[in-house]
Design a protein around this ligand. Structure first.
Ligand SMILES: NC(=O)c1ccc[n+]([C@@H]2O[C@H](COP(=O)([O-])OP(=O)(O)OC[C@H]3O[C@@H](n4cnc5c(N)ncnc54)[C@H](O)[C@@H]3O)[C@@H](O)[C@H]2O)c1
Length: 253
């Protein structure tokens, strides 16, 4: 499988340095609106930096998007129209219903697959299984360090309490997991975002209740070195998803 990267920042760097060198997966092409970032990453991995994103589509089997919500809106439909698969990290973009419905309908026509990694949370497998019945409530409580939000405060504050569809607009770089949980549960989930000077990591607590019963998970995520907004586990989940596409078995719901 030939893979192209859209967005050569933190997630792409972790991925390139951690992914196993397997003959089934070749990460070969790199695109970023900052050409230098694409060139730097291509150089470390014996790949090729691409200047015009559209030149990458015909060369790859799968595009891994690790750029921004706007890149999903502007570029991903063109990938799906050519029948090529995508992995989407900027999941917040998919809460735009028109865009998400169009992506799914184009994929159905062309056979392309849209993959969404679990990101920096635990419990997506149980929500997927639980959604066979009714899921009545999902509450994501996210606690962030002030540095991850570029803030300086001395006591805990509630920054947001509302629906995921609003949260991803107000915090487009911070709360992709709210979108992932909304898609998995088929609900516009409830989201509470707290900023706390006592924490140095991104903490996601998830409460889910439905026909199956209920569960709570909590993940204390260490931030990646180059971007305190991005948890290491989010990048690892993209690597594991990519690896799973070449496995002969499928684990988890
Ligand atoms: N799904 C999850 O759980 C999860 C977790 C963390 C981050 N994310 C999201 O993944 C994305 C990447 O995160 P990151 O930490 O690697 O970010 P980053 O800022 O370190 O890197 C993003 C890179 O993409 C490039 N870029 C942005 N928009 C572009 C566009 N339209 N065209 C071409 N290049 C573009 C930037 O120049 C930058 O080099 C962000 O949208 C982030 O919110 C998702």
């Amino acid at each position: 499988m030939i893979v192209g990267i859209l967005g050569c920042g933190t997630i792409a760097n972790v991925l390139i340095h951690k992914i196993e060198n397997k003959k089934e997966i070749k990460v070969k092409y790199f695109y970023d609106r900052d050409v230098e970032k694409a060139e730097n990453l291509a150089r470390t991995h014996d790949g090729t930096a691409i200047l015009d994103f559209h030149d990458m589509i015909d060369k790859v089997d799968l595009v891994l998007e690790s750029a921004s919500q706007s890149s999903v809106k502007e570029l991903i439909l063109d990938v799906l129209k050519k029948g090529k698969d995508v992995i989407i990290m900027s999941v917040g973009a998919l809460l735009n219903k028109d865009l998400w419905n169009e992506m799914k309908s184009v994929s159905k026509k062309t056979g392309a697959k849209i993959h969404i990694p679990s990101g920096a949370i635990a419990g997506l497998d149980a929500i997927k299984a639980g959604s066979v019945g009714e899921i009545r409530k999902v509450l994501l409580t996210t606690k962030k360090s002030p540095s991850s939000l570029g803030m300086s405060i001395d006591k805990e504050e509630i920054l947001f309490y509302g629906k995921a569809s609003e949260a991803v607009k107000i915090f487009p770089l911070n709360i992709n997991v709210a979108a992932t949980l909304s898609i998995a549960s088929n609900l516009d989930i409830d989201v509470k975002i707290l900023v706390d000077p006592k924490v140095d990591r991104n903490i996601h607590q998830i409460f889910v209740e439905g026909d199956f019963g209920k569960f709570i998970t909590e993940t204390e995520n260490l931030p990646s070195k180059s971007n305190p907004k991005t948890s290491i586990l989010a990048a690892y989940s993209a690597i594991q998803l990519l690896n799973s596409l070449t496995e002969s078995f499928n684990l988890g719901a």
